[in-house]
Design a protein. Structure first.
Length: 281
């Protein structure tokens, strides 16, 4: 009875976190659309997000639907099945689409936005380096497996290592993707243009994702379910960590502050005509 109850809780946590994390992708593109501008945000975040979630989608798909990868996972994890759930797979696919839409908003002609230059309008060298390095990393692991494919996947190189490489791309990207926006908020002394709604939803999703992983591993009576799915574990923890930083910036450090662009005289798209007139006076 207790097991059935925990299984139900796990499934509930999984779908609630999927819904929260999926909804967290909407506030930013909707805010950009309402403002007809991407000022206050950086292209680095959606650009690196697309690659990260492509890697996450591929790894989830393999752990869910590839007999070979599931067999190799079992050989390395006491005969257990992966703790990846269908809601993880669904979330990754949805995230790719929404990240791509947000990324497309940095092409003003596609959306009728104001043209924008300056910091944040083009990918930074740091982010471009991560994008290229991540792709090369996966290619190198794949080449190693092709050359040294071991007959014993439990101890040698195997195709599961390529899938882990895809998942580690997502893990690494999650560790660094928030930093450009954190620094942008710090330089502007403002979070204007950066949606706090996505952060609140992201926080709830991160907590529930970690909870689901813990429950699933407990039900297997083996905590290797956590170590065998390090991306989901770190994805939740890192997201929660940076969500707390963004909330601190928004509610404690820079509440109500205008970004530098608007401080220097640029019209704020969120203001109405009467508000602009009062500001001029």
């Amino acid at each position: 009875m207790a097991v059935t109850f925990l299984e139900a809780i796990s499934e509930l946590c999984g779908w609630v976190y999927t819904i929260c994390w999926s909804l967290s992708f909407y506030p930013q593109p909707l805010l950009n659309f309402r403002r007809k501008s991407t000022t206050g945000t950086t292209i680095d975040f959606p650009a690196i997000n697309v690659l990260g979630f492509v890697g996450y989608f591929i790894s989830n798909a393999a752990f869910l639907y590839s007999p070979r990868i599931r067999e190799e996972y079992a050989l390395r994890n006491h005969g257990l099945t992966p703790t990846v759930q269908f809601n993880d797979f669904a979330f990754a696919g949805h995230a790719i689409v929404l990240s791509a839409i947000t990324l497309s908003q940095f092409v003003p002609s596609l959306w009728g936005f104001e043209r924008r230059g300056g910091p944040g309008s083009k990918p930074s060298r740091f982010i471009m380096g991560i994008l290229v390095g991540s792709i090369l990393g996966v290619v190198i692991v794949a080449l190693i497996v092709l050359v040294r494919d071991d007959p014993d996947p439990a101890t040698g190189w195997a195709w599961i290592d390529v899938i882990y490489a895809f998942s580690y791309v997502k893990l690494f990207i999650t560790l660094v993707k928030y930093m450009p926006q954190v620094l942008t908020n710090y330089r502007n002394r403002s979070t204007q243009g950066w949606s706090i709604g996505q952060i609140l939803l992201d926080l709830i999703g991160g907590i529930l994702s970690i909870l689901q992983l813990g429950i699933d591993s407990y039900l297997q009576h083996d905590w290797s379910g956590i170590t065998g799915n390090p991306v989901k574990l770190m994805l939740g923890n890192v997201s929660v960590f940076f969500d707390i930083i963004f909330m601190t910036q928004h509610y404690c450090l820079y509440p109500g502050n205008k970004s530098k662009e608007y401080m220097e005289g640029e019209d704020d798209p969120l203001l109405g005509d009467s508000d602009r007139e009062r500001r001029i006076e």
